[in-house]
Design a protein around this ligand. Structure first.
Ligand code: FAD
Length: 332
């Protein structure tokens, strides 16, 4: 058995049968030609995955590195190995005066996992810069490329979480960043900056994230545990009758997004702890490992939160984080 404690940012004590390190396309092909594919889990930096228990299978760990940069009059085109660290890429682009990724600074994880849940922060989603995603089709044993339009990007969602889950190993992500760039400073607290340049946005985002979110290196966590639920305007209207202070953001003509943190906070979960897993004292959307947490405690807390939110608001919270148990994915 191999420990996974340091392979996922929540840091629960869990193990798997074996870890296969993939650092080249040749190693990747060889792995899948040999593998019988019984219970395997593809892993990047484990910042969106929590291993709740000892996983009865192997982990295939992505270490595909490298980046290529081309430019023309209008844009920068980047092709980046999926095992590169996302924040390092953001910092590198800014140092090259390539702009667009600044709002997404300090999001943990690999470049290859970024399209999977269409990472986003401060009004920007990565989907807007992706032209295509290269992957190894495990079922068909061959390399493929999928264009942005086919990726079905949505809020923390894409085809990689559905039809292509566990069927594809993302090897590279291709981006286009226009040279004519307008900064996005519409979201608080970026809206307090006066005529900010991308470098200022980058610095501010890092400062705010460091002050708001617990550092996984110090306190195990996987960022936002739940997605912000999207509800119909009709439903919002009926909720406002009983909860007049409910905050919301317009998504389109018929739907709004409600901050899950507000819903959880209303029910007094801040600081609630089961078996070493706690709802963060300041940011209730984040569950943290107090140091000796276990998977059972995490499930108890997460399930209680979803049940109470459903009871109080008739809203079903969905977990943003992948939960892996003995046999694979676990649902709440
Ligand atoms: C403190 C903190 C803050 C965060 N803030 C944000 C935020 O602001 N916005 C946001 O969107 N997310 C945020 N996250 C979530 C996380 O950073 C992202 O989801 C990130 O993209 C996960 O990358 P990873 O490499 O760690 O993924 P992992 O957890 O290793 O994997 C995530 C999923 O992708 C699959 N996968 C990984 N690599 C591949 C591959 N090469 N091919 C196929 N499948 C693969 C895995 O099987 C798994 O299902 C935060 C997390 C933390 C801990």
């Amino acid at each position: 058995m191999t420990s996974l404690k340091h392979s996922h940012t929540f840091g629960l004590n869990a193990s798997c049968e074996k870890i296969h390190y993939i650092d080249s396309i040749e190693a990747l092909k060889l792995h899948y030609q040999r593998s019988d594919r019984q219970a395997e889990y593809i892993l990047g930096e484990g910042s969106n995955t929590i291993f709740l228990d000892d996983f009865e299978g192997d982990v295939v760990l992505n270490q595909l590195k490298g980046k290529a940069h081309q430019e023309n009059e209008n844009s920068h085109n980047l092709s980046v190995g999926s095992g590169e660290n996302w924040h390092d890429l953001v910092s590198w682009t800014l140092a090259q005066k390539i702009y667009g990724f600044e709002n997404l600074a300090l999001i943990p994880g690999t470049v290859g996992a970024a399209p999977i849940q269409n990472i986003g922060a401060y009004g920007v989603e990565i989907a807007q810069f992706i032209t295509s995603v290269e992957f190894y089709d495990i079922d068909e044993n061959r390399m493929k490329l999928i264009k942005n339009e086919e990726c079905r990007f949505g809020y923390r969602d894409s085809i990689f979480k559905h039809e292509l889950f566990n069927r594809c190993f993302i090897t590279a992500v291709n981006f286009l960043l226009p040279k004519k760039h307008t900064v996005n400073a519409t979201y608080a607290p970026l809206d307090t900056l006066i005529k900010p340049c991308p470098e200022e946005i980058y610095t501010k985002v890092i400062e705010v994230r460091k002050s708001k979110l617990p550092d996984p290196k110090i306190q195990g966590n996987a960022g936002s545990f739940f997605k912000n639920p999207v509800i119909s305007k009709e439903k919002l209207k009926s909720l406002l009758a009983t909860h007049s202070k409910i905050p919301y953001f317009e998504v389109n003509d018929s739907a709004v997004k409600v901050p899950a943190a507000w819903l959880i906070d209303q029910l007094g979960f801040k600081g609630k702890e089961y078996r070493g897993v706690r709802c963060h004292d300041k940011q209730p959307l984040v569950l943290v490992n107090s140091g000796n947490g276990d998977g059972e405690g995490l499930l108890m807390l997460a399930r209680e939160i979803t049940q109470k939110v459903t009871q109080a608001f008739d809203i079903k919270l969905e977990n943003e984080v992948r939960l892996v148990g003995r046999q694979g994915l676990v649902t709440l």
